[in-house]
Design a binder for this molecule. Sequence first.
Ligand SMILES: NC(=O)c1ccc[n+]([C@@H]2O[C@H](COP(=O)([O-])OP(=O)(O)OC[C@H]3O[C@@H](n4cnc5c(N)ncnc54)[C@H](OP(=O)(O)O)[C@@H]3O)[C@@H](O)[C@H]2O)c1
Length: 280
Amino acid sequence: MTMSRTAPQASLEIASGARIPMIGLGTWPLVGEDAADAVARGIANGYRHLDTAEKYGNEDAVGAGIRRSGVDRGALWVTSKLSVSGHSRTAARDAYGQALERLGLEYLDLFLVHWPNPQVDRYVETCAGLQDLVDEGLLRSWGVSNFKAAHLDAVTNAGLKPAVNQVQVDPHHLQRSQLVHNASLGIATAAYSPLGRGGDFLSHPAIVEPAAAYGKTPAQVVLRWHLDSGRIAVPKSASDARQLENLDVFGFSLTAGERAAIDTLDTGAGPRLDADTYGH
Ligand SMILES: NC(=O)c1ccc[n+]([C@@H]2O[C@H](COP(=O)([O-])OP(=O)(O)OC[C@H]3O[C@@H](n4cnc5c(N)ncnc54)[C@H](OP(=O)(O)O)[C@@H]3O)[C@@H](O)[C@H]2O)c1
């Protein structure tokens, strides 16, 4: 994986060979007109990567927002995710077709298995179904979300390579061993809830001090920490001001020492939800 920092955005080459814009616009929990409006404004504000899911119930609105923006489909990166009803090789194909229909798009740039649902135990064949779609030229890249090391190992031992694992990462939830495992398999990490939903770490000196030094906000320092650590991040904001703020993170970078200081805020806590017991 190689990272380029061409202004005004950075992109990361992932295992599929595609380049993903490293900052995407999260869309949960927006639905309906709120979601369509936030997506259209987000694209106008410069976002070129949108993150949705079947579970969010907003794929139709995200598609409407994309069309309303007037920006060419080819200039955008669209990620969605399938739920447990899409877990099997054929169900994954059906889930993809249904997602495209809801979004009103011809293809996705990235389609993720949202949760491994190990009780159902069909996530490996679901991944095979997504690889089929890529092999047939119908889908650009596939990946997973909330997959723990054992789930990734089961997938990679079957000869399948997800391009991305989207997991919860913020300064209090670093998930070090998960990040190391993703990297060891050549799987890019995308951070969801990258700002910890406005976590109280935003007032910690390890974040506030570099923010003051660079003339940035604490949230911008956290997003830059993700980028400088090689992670994609999908912050959600419906506000124009915060959408712009979260995208204005490409004109500076943190030193290794500043990054390491933020790493020390890790509490060691796992994600909010445990993928061995939770899923949908
Ligand atoms: N794969 C998964 O299982 C999974 C799970 C959860 C989320 N996700 C994805 O990740 C996206 C982001 O995660 P998230 O929404 O949980 O958390 P987040 O992006 O860390 O935080 C969003 C919250 O922070 C506020 N905010 C945004 N920018 C801010 C800033 N610069 N300063 C202060 N507050 C700011 C937003 O409010 P305003 O809107 O008012 O700005 C919103 O309340 C979701 O939208 C979804 O696309 C994926």
